[in-house]
Design a protein. Structure first.
Length: 377
């Protein structure tokens, strides 16, 4: 953390994240089998292109880049790897594209985004906000019919997290600007696996699409989370002092929320929802048992520092939005949301599919992680 902020920190946490099921946050690029991704005898290598041996570089320079596939296959056991992975799928054809993880594995921005959604979900489900927010949610859903998708959450964002700045300043003050989440400070014993990422149709009860990806299957990521106090940097004139005080109070509201409770509430409701989707599907009874074990461990009476969370690619819109709240509290509104989203996306937008990973007899949902958050001093 920036030392200039140290004296302003209200709450400081140590956090750790470990995958309970295969997890992947995309890095914006894909690997190509035979070039970026080499399937070797004992493992899978994601090639470190910046540290290729001089011999390999000389061969490429001599023969031309069109021979790079042949050269890489010739040297595949000796090429340097950014990461190595187990191989849990059959041999992939040369040229096949493979989803690759983000450089920071699960960056701080991804974790902060998940925390943001959990906070909004928690605030919505708190008794003192339910009635007051109904009209605002309705306006947000209605806005989907006329506006861009990115505009749909504006009203809720403004209500929960933002306040307009003083008129001369312009813009908005955002409560989450006081939430600082580091990128991983330590990456401990990380392990990866090349797996099929599967789209499973719940109505047809079968796989309808799949793509290969290198996913995180073990290890631990450590972070620092800080909630910083907001203070005015000048003496405000009397006429604007009250308004400024309201902005400061909104920014500091974050410190009054029990972060672990918010994360637990959201994570446990996600588990319950996933269980409701697969409850009567025999082919997924193994996954059902896993989800039930998560519920018993993380959602019981014991209020431990570790919670269940769902993070990354192919985890579904329920894990990234407050749609679960709308579906539970206002089912008719959720039906309107599905229609509006389907019209915008020109495809069905509903709970007809889930995303799974692994062999056919042991399919699991992606992205379930244990997130432990502990106050530090």
């Amino acid at each position: 953390m920036d030392n200039s902020l140290a004296h302003l920190t209200l709450k400081k946490y140590r956090a750790s994240l470990k995958p309970l099921t295969p997890t992947i946050v995309l890095g914006g690029t894909e690997g190509v089998v035979g070039i970026d991704v080499l399937i070797r005898q004992k493992d899978v290598c994601v090639v470190d292109m910046e540290n290729l041996p001089s011999q390999v570089l000389l061969e490429i320079a001599k023969t031309g880049e069109h021979k790079i596939l042949e050269i890489f296959m010739k040297h595949r056991e000796a090429l340097p790897c950014k990461l190595t992975s187990m191989n849990n799928i059959e041999e992939l054809d040369t040229g096949k594209r493979v989803k690759l993880p983000q450089e920071h594995v699960v960056p701080g921005s991804t974790l902060k985004g998940y925390i943001r959604t959990a906070l909004m979900y928690y605030m919505l489900t708190s008794d003192h906000t339910k009635h007051e927010l109904f009209s605002k949610i309705k306006k947000t859903i209605d806005s989907l019919k006329e506006k861009k998708l990115i505009d749909a959450s504006t009203l809720l964002e403004q209500y929960f997290f933002k306040r307009k700045r003083l008129e001369k300043q312009g813009g908005e003050a955002d409560m989450l600007q006081n939430l600082h989440v580091s990128d991983p400070l330590a990456k401990e014993s990380l392990s990866y696996s090349l797996e099929w990422l599967t789209v499973y149709n719940l109505f047809k009860r079968r796989r309808v699409a799949r793509l290969p990806g290198v996913v995180l299957v073990g290890g631990n990521l450590r972070y620092e989370i800080n909630i910083v106090e907001a203070r005015p940097s000048f003496e405000a004139p009397e006429e604007s002092g009250k308004y400024l005080s309201g902005i400061i109070n909104k920014l500091n509201e974050l410190a009054s929320i029990d972060l672990t409770a918010a994360l637990r509430t959201f994570g446990c409701d996600l588990v319950d929802h996933e269980l409701s989707l697969i409850n009567d599907i025999n082919e997924l009874r193994g996954y059902k048992r896993v989800l039930q074990s998560f519920k018993e461990k993380y959602c019981g009476a014991s209020q431990q520092n570790c919670v269940i969370s769902r993070i990354g690619f192919m985890t579904g819109h329920m894990a990234k939005t407050i749609d679960l709240y709308i579906k539970k509290r206002y089912p008719q509104m959720y039906e309107e949301l599905k229609k509006s989203m389907s019209k915008k996306l020109h495809r069905k937008w509903n709970d007809s599919t889930i995303k799974l990973v692994g062999p056919q007899n042991n399919l699991l949902g992606l992205g379930w992680c244990e997130l432990c958050v502990e106050k530090s001093h």
